[in-house]
Design a protein around this ligand. Structure first.
Ligand SMILES: [Zn+2]
Length: 64
């Protein structure tokens, strides 16, 4: 089983949790799941039009 990495959208802190564990919280809000399949560079300041916890699909992004 692969562990999941979550990051905090406020402070940028990352936390790795085991599969099946609850979503960790940081800065009093649920952390955002990072998907390592997504190789698209993440630029926070230009990603405002996307949902902040939208999963990335590898190779299936048709928005480009
Ligand atoms: Zn935080």
């Amino acid at each position: 089983m692969k562990k999941k990495t979550y990051s905090c959208s406020l402070c940028g802190k990352e936390k790795v949790v085991s599969p099946g564990e609850a979503v960790p919280e940081c800065c009093r809000q649920p952390m955002t799941l990072k998907l390592d399949k997504c190789t698209r560079p993440f630029v926070a300041e230009t990603a405002r039009n996307e949902a902040d916890d939208e999963p990335c699909d590898d190779g299936t992004d048709t928005s480009l």
